[in-house]
Design a protein around this ligand. Structure first.
Ligand SMILES: [Zn+2]
Ligand SMILES: [Zn+2]
Ligand SMILES: [Zn+2]
Length: 288
């Protein structure tokens, strides 16, 4: 597949490239996002698989296509810097430090474009804002340092550590490389957007159907997904979960908390015949 793919990219047969990648992703994505049948709300395995061998298998053909390298087995695009003649060490940097709960953040009342633009202590200490009117906050454990982001600050967008070292002219990509990147990014976005905007939970987007791998109907996995709303109380959701997915009270509380925080979460995995009945009973218990 990789040899075919790289050949098609080389010959700029983008329709063919699209089909090969689509087929690969439709087979490989479910491997990475495999449902934990005993505890479908537990997603912790996904990250492990994404960073491990299944993730490498998922992404490496794409990297081969970007690099025109049939021997690539890695999922990192680092080699692109060399191909593009860009030295990442020279460009402007963004700090991106992620705040821990309770950690101090600093915003400049003179220069921040809005109140959410903040710096971490290390950046603030060596920035011009130290001499301005500033405010300190304690982080609630989300968000990251905006040092280096030109849109976040009217002046002094970077501290001494993250300032652009030398005025560099913007890197210009060779036309062939630029075209390859544009075409491949378009294929990636098409795949992602088609899935995100697809409304029917039981089928794939129409353009994908003919490329999906054959899976016997009785071994297909179906997931009952619980969505957050404004009407049901924690207690009623926990009770229904205990009753219908036969989980412990602690597990039901965990699922309810995740749904409240993230908007939705899979709560039960079944084969197709049991799935429809099962989802209906949870649904009717919640609506009555
Ligand atoms: Zn910082
Ligand atoms: Zn900085
Ligand atoms: Zn300032």
């Amino acid at each position: 597949m990789i040899v075919d793919l790289v050949n098609c990219v080389r010959q700029e047969e983008w329709g063919q490239v699209h089909q090969l990648l689509l087929k690969h992703w439709l087979a490989q994505v479910p491997e990475v996002f495999e449902i934990n049948a005993d505890m479908p709300w537990d997603n912790s395995g996904i990250n492990e698989r994404l960073l491990g061998a299944p993730g490498e298998l998922l992404f490496s053909p794409l990297v081969s296509a970007f690099l025109l390298d049939v021997h690539n087995t890695k999922s990192s695009l680092e080699t692109m810097n060399e191909l593009a003649g860009v030295d990442p060490a020279k460009g402007a940097k963004i700090c991106g430090h992620v705040f821990k709960n309770g950690e101090l953040t600093y915003t400049c009342l003179d220069c921040a474009t809005d109140g959410t633009c903040v710096m971490c202590l290390q950046c603030f200490e060596v920035s011009i804002h130290k001499a301005h009117k500033y405010k300190m906050h304690s982080s609630s454990g989300s968000g990251y340092c905006d040092c280096g982001d030109k849109d976040a600050w009217l002046e002094g967008y970077a501290c001494a550590n993250h300032e652009k070292k030398e005025e560099e002219e913007a890197a210009v990509l060779a036309p062939e490389l630029r075209n390859r990147c544009e075409q491949l990014v378009e294929i990636i976005l098409h795949f992602a957007l088609s899935l995100i905007t697809h409304k029917d939970d039981l089928t794939l987007p129409e353009a994908f159907e003919e490329f999906k791998p054959e899976v016997p109907v009785d071994s297909q996995q179906f997931l009952t997904v619980l969505y957050n709303d404004e009407t049901h109380t924690y207690e009623s959701v926990i009770k229904v979960l205990e009753l219908y997915i036969h989980c412990t009270k602690d597990q039901a509380m965990l699922v309810a908390t995740i749904v409240d925080r993230e908007g939705q979460r899979g709560c039960a995995e079944k084969d197709v015949t049991r799935f429809v009945k099962h989802s209906e009973s949870i649904n009717s218990s919640l609506t009555t």
